[in-house]
Design a protein around this ligand. Sequence first.
Ligand code: IVH
Length: 665
Amino acid sequence: MNNSIFEKINQLREKLNKLNYKYYVLAESEVSDFEFDSLLNELIKLEKEHPELITPDSPTQRVGSDLTKIFNPIEHKVPMLSLTNTYSEEELRAFDSRVRSGLEGEERIEYVVELKIDGVSASIHYQNGFLIQAATRGDGKVGEEITNNIRTIKSIPLSVKEKRSFEVRGEIFMALADFKKLNEERKANGEKIFANPRNSSAGTLKLQNPKEVAKRPLDIYTYYILSHELRLRSQNESLNYLSKLGFKINPNYELCSNIEDVINYCRKWEINRDSLPYEIDGVVIKVNIFAQQNRLGSIAKSPRWATSFKFKAKQAITKLNKVTWQVGRTGAITPVAELEPIELAGSIISRATLHNADEIERKDIRENDFVKIEKGGDVIPKVVEVDLLQRQPNSVALNIPTICPDCKSQLVRLENEVALYCVNEECPAQIKGKLIHFASRGAMDIEGLGEAIINLFVDKGYLKSFADIYNLSKYEDELKSLEGFGAKSIDNIFASIEKSKSQPFHKVLFALGIRYVGAGVARKLANAFETIYNIKNATSEIIEEVDEIGPSISNSLVQYFSRNENNKLIEQLIEKGLNFVAELPKSNNQNLIGLSFVVTGSLSEITRDEAKEKIIASGGKFMSSLSKKTDYLLAGENAGSKLEKAKELGVKIISEEEFNGMLNK
Ligand code: IVH
C-alpha cells in the first residue's frame, strides 16, 4: 500500500470532517462551497482508485447505495420514555413538590431546562466510536431501524474520536426555512405539502431511499447519552460531553437552582419562541443529578424526574372570506371557514373547521369578519372567536343552507343531532366520500384508487357503489384511453382491487362505512359475531352485550340492515368474493370448494342466511342471482321464479336434504 496516498486520504477526511462539523454543528463556514466540493471530489477520486481504503465513516459514505427495503424493528434496551405534560405555573410547582417529597431530605435539587424541539426522536448507537445503528422511538419499546437515513444527516458524526460504545438520543427536526423551501418545491411539483415541520421530518425519515433523504435538510439536537463506559453524573455534564464529542446540542439550555427560575425560563421562551429558526412546542425540565433521577424512578411510561411545560396553542387573527358547506360521506354537512391565508405555527392556514351550524350561530360568525384562529399540535385549526370591534357595519348573519350544496336536495336535521344532513342516497358528494373511505388504507386498501381518481370515475359514471369497483374491468379499454392514465396504471389499480378481496372481514365491515362503526368497533363486532349474517340477525340488545358497544352503535347497525339496498349491496360484495366471515372458514370440511349456489324458498331446518354461511364456510361460492355458471339452486318450500329460471338454464336443483348430504359427505 502506498503510504503517502493513505496519508493524503486521511488528511482529506480529517479536513472535510472538520469543515462539516463547523458548518453543520457550529454553523460557521470557513471555506466556500466550491472549495469544500473540490476537496470532497479529490477524496472521491482517490477512494475510487483505492477502494480498499474506504472506511464506513468517510465523508463520502453518508449515502450508501442500498435502498432501505423495510424498516426492521429494533428493540430499545433502555426504553424511550415519554414525558408528562404541565400547562401552568401551578402544575410546575406541583411537579417540584413531588420531586422534593420523592427526594426527602435532599437539600439541593437543580433542574436542567431545555427547549422542547418539535420533531421526531431517534436513538443512535455507536460502537468503538463508529455509528452502527439508529432507530425511531416507535412505541418506546420497539422502534424501526433508520440507520441509512440517519447517516445522511450531516450534523450527526459517523465516527467520534473517543473509541467508546454508547447510545445517543435526540430530536430530528427541520428548520423552518428549510421546511418552507421543501414545501414550495413540493407544491411546484404537484406533490402534497406537509402540514408542519414535524410531519415533514417524520415523513422524510420514513423514505425508502437514503438518497432522497440526503436531499432533505434534516438536523438534530441531541440531549441524552447512555454508556456503561462513562461516569457521567448529571444531565448538565452529559450535554457538555455530547458537545465535546462533536454532537450538536441546543445552546439555549440552562441550569436552574429552583422552580422559580424554571418558571421564568418557560415564560421567556413562550414569548420568544418565534425568534427561533426552528419550532419548539414547550420546555423540558429535568432533575439534573442522575443519582437523584434514579431515586425518583419512573411510573408507567414517564419518568418522575422530568416533565414538559407545553406552550399554549398559537393563535392568529385573519379575515374570514367565505363559509363553504361540505358534504361528508355520511351526508353530514360541515361548514368550513375559507380564510385569508395567514401563517400560524409554521404553516400557512387558509381553511378552518366551523364544526356545525349551531356553533356558527353561537359564536355569531359572519363572512368578512376578522376571526381568531388557533392551532394545537397537529389538529385542524379552529375558529375561536370573532373580533367584534373589526366587524363591518353592513355585516349580516350567515345563511344556513337548506339544500345540499352538491345535489341540491332538501337538508334535514336529525333528532338529537346538531348536524344538517343530505339524505339523498344518490348525492354524488356522498357517493364519492363513501368510495374514498371504502378504498382507503385502513379499509379495503386499494392502492391507486385515491380521492382524485374516485372523483373522476364517479363523474364519468364508472362508479356508483362499492360493488362497481369490482366490475371496473368491464371498462378496461375506456379507462386505459382516459387522458393521463397509462395502461400500466390501470392494470395496477385492477391488481390492487383484486388483492383487496383478501382483506379480512373486520376491514370489510369497516369499509362499509356504517355510522359509528370505526376500525376498532368493526374489529370487536367481527370477533364477537364472526359473520355478517350474525350481525344482521342480532337485535340491538344482543349487539350491546359486546364490550364497549352502546346503543348508538347498535341502533345504527339495526338501521343499516333494515334497508334493502344495504343487504343487496352486501350480497353483491359476497358474490365478488369479499370476506364476510371472520378468519378462515371454521368448517373442517371444504366439501363445496369450487361450487356455486343460489338459495331460494323457505328452508325447514335452517334459515337462508345460515345456508349462505354454511356454503361460504365449506369453501363454496354464494350467489344472489342465477346464471348459467351457477352449479346448484338450493330450493326450499314455496320457491318461486328462481325455480323456473333454474329449470330454464339447466341449473341443478337440490333440496335441503341433498344440500345437507353434500355438506356432511
Ligand atoms: S427528554 C424521559 N429532551 O419530547 C426523557 N425530549 O415526550 C424524554 N423532545 O419523545 C426525552 N426536545 O421526542 C427530551 N430537549 C428534549 C426534547 C425532548 C424534544 C421530545 C422527545 C420526547 C418528547 C417527550
